[in-house]
Ligand binder design. Structure first.
Ligand SMILES: C[S@@+](CC[C@H](N)C(=O)[O-])C[C@H]1O[C@@H](n2cnc3c(N)ncnc32)[C@H](O)[C@@H]1O
Length: 209
């Protein structure tokens, strides 16, 4: 994540330029088998037990998309960076997966509906996350779920979204909201991390709120 300690802010990021080296971070590329296994186990615990349609928004190079596909799910990924989308398409070549260039806040999926909206390290930076979540809720089938991996990064001027704020935004949209704290699990990050990292799994009811 970027702030005054590590470089430019999110708004300044040139994601096309960053795409080629994006997977060099342990939790991005999941190249270390231990890190990969740790994310695969978490994802399995967050996704439905049966094959599901997963919408991975701000999918980057498709690392989580690939894990989901390996677990038997059908994946649609959306990212605003054409270079990220190219890498995701290559990473999931031959899989039941499709990748689209578009805005995560308004995914170009037409009338298609999904069992899971999966988002890692993207929602916090989108303008008006509450409005975005309400729109994503409309993309879910009855009983569908949000799987949102977010955090607060940095100490001098932290950026991100705290878990309690996110669960507050989800409360009107989903009946069952669970937070898994991830900061203490160094295997996920390839190192110890000092800041707040978590996943929220929020399962919606059968009806539209
Ligand atoms: C920190 S990366 C996370 C990538 C991926 N979710 C992961 O966890 O590996 C942020 C990603 O969001 C994408 N992105 C940024 N703003 C976006 C937007 N408004 N709509 C879609 N994608 C966006 C960037 O291109 C980048 O691939």
């Amino acid at each position: 994540m970027t702030n005054e300690e590590t470089g430019p802010t999110w708004a300044d990021e040139d994601w096309d330029a960053l795409a080629a080296s994006f997977d060099d971070e342990p939790d991005h590329g999941l190249r270390d088998p231990e890190v990969r296994r740790a994310w695969a186990a978490r994802l399995r615990s967050w996704l439905p037990g049966r094959a599901a349609d997963v919408l991975d928004l701000g999918c980057g190079t498709g690392s989580l998309s690939l894990l989901a596909a390996e677990q038997g799910h059908r994946v649609t990924g959306v990212d605003s960076s054409p270079s990220m989308v190219d890498l995701a398409r290559a990473k999931l070549a031959g899989r039941d997966a499709a990748f689209l260039v578009g805005d995560a806040a308004a995914p170009p999926v037409g009338e298609q509906r999904f069992d899971v909206v999966l988002v890692r390290h993207v929602l916090w930076a989108l303008p008006d996350p509450g409005r975005v979540l309400r729109h994503w809720r409309e993309l879910l089938r009855p009983g569908g779920r949000f799987v949102l991996v977010e955090g607060v990064w940095g100490t001098l001027s932290p950026v991100g979204i705290p878990a309690d704020r996110l669960t507050g935004l989800l409360a009107p949209l989903a009946g069952d909201v669970r937070v898994d704290r991830l900061s203490g699990d160094a295997l996920l990050w390839g190192r110890d991390v000092p800041d707040e990292r978590y996943a929220v799994v929020a399962v919606t009811g059968a009806g539209t709120p």
